[in-house]
Design a protein around this ligand. Structure first.
Ligand code: IPE
Ligand code: IPE
Ligand code: MG
Length: 255
């Protein structure tokens, strides 16, 4: 199935969009799902309508990532800074994981998807945590795509926490400061069980990282599109993968 869908390179017919090659598929794709509010406002709708429609894009892109052979998909759903928004909007956003999983968990299980969460559980409402915990538990044994929700995630807090934990161990004499290196630091991050993202996608035309995976994105390929998240389609996801496949990654070396 995957071969049939993905082995073709180039346009076979004018109607047929270009599909990514099955080779050099990014192992880990991270997405800053931005532009929900503007998508809604452009249609004369309240911002929350954009968040609601954005949920459908999550479903579509998850399936597209799975079909493409991506192993890890990290979706930035709520940042540690998003608490600054009006309470009604925050409340709506906090209900979305529950709603999304009520609709989609069964199909995620059928598709062997493993749900995870990356972020601070503190301050999240119990119904948000419970819905995610249930999904994490029910998909723990799955071996397919890892669908990782970055929820109440902030990269600076993550790094400050890692430094504090390491400093405490050193102060208690449990860790020799000479042993502190990149891999030890990474082992204290919330992403310790994930490879670094190969490809970062940000929708909505904003050209910034907004406190997302600052350490982990050091050598990721960056892909920006003007499309607002609720309008982001499977084809646009495929375009991002094709663009990734055209890039030459050097990691500081020579190609
Ligand atoms: C992204 O869309 C979703 C979250 C940040 C939760 P926004 O809500 O930021 O939409 P814009 O950027 O205001 O259009
Ligand atoms: C980043 O988008 C956070 C998420 C997509 C969850 P924001 O809309 O919060 O980022 P800024 O405020 O435009 O930088
Ligand atoms: Mg935004």
């Amino acid at each position: 199935m995957i071969d049939r869908l993905w082995s073709k390179r180039g346009k076979a017919s004018p109607q047929e969009a270009e599909l990514p090659s099955g080779e050099n598929v990014p192992q880990h794709v991270a997405i800053i799902m931005d532009g929900n509010g503007r998508w809604a406002q452009n249609r004369g709708l309240p911002r929350i309508a954009g968040h609601h429609t954005g949920m459908k894009a999550v479903k579509k892109v998850t399936m597209a990532a799975d079909r493409a052979g991506v192993k890890y998909l990290t979706l930035y759903a709520f940042s540690t800074e998003n608490w600054k928004r009006p309470k009604t909007e925050v409340d709506f956003l906090m209900r979305l994981p529950q709603e999304f999983l009520a609709l989609e968990l069964e199909e995620l299980i059928e598709n062997n998807v493993q749900v995870r969460m990356m972020g601070y559980r503190e301050h999240l409402p119990s119904y948000t945590i419970e819905a995610l915990e249930e999904a994490i538990e029910k998909t723990r044994q799955n071996t397919g795509l890892v669908l990782n929700f970055a929820l109440n995630y902030g990269s600076r807090a993550e790094m400050a926490d890692a430094v504090r934990a390491i400093a405490r161990e050193a102060a208690e004499g449990k860790l020799d400061p000479e042993r502190i290196d990149e891999s030890l630091f990474e082992s204290r991050l919330l992403s310790s069980d994930l490879p670094d993202p190969d490809l970062l996608i940000r929708t909505s035309g904003e050209l910034r990282l907004s406190n997302f995976m600052l350490w982990q994105l050091a050598y990721s390929e960056l892909y920006f599109t003007d499309v607002y998240w609720p309008s982001f389609t499977e084809e646009q996801f495929q375009e991002a993968i094709i663009e990734y496949q055209r890039r030459g990654r050097r990691f500081g070396g020579l190609s």
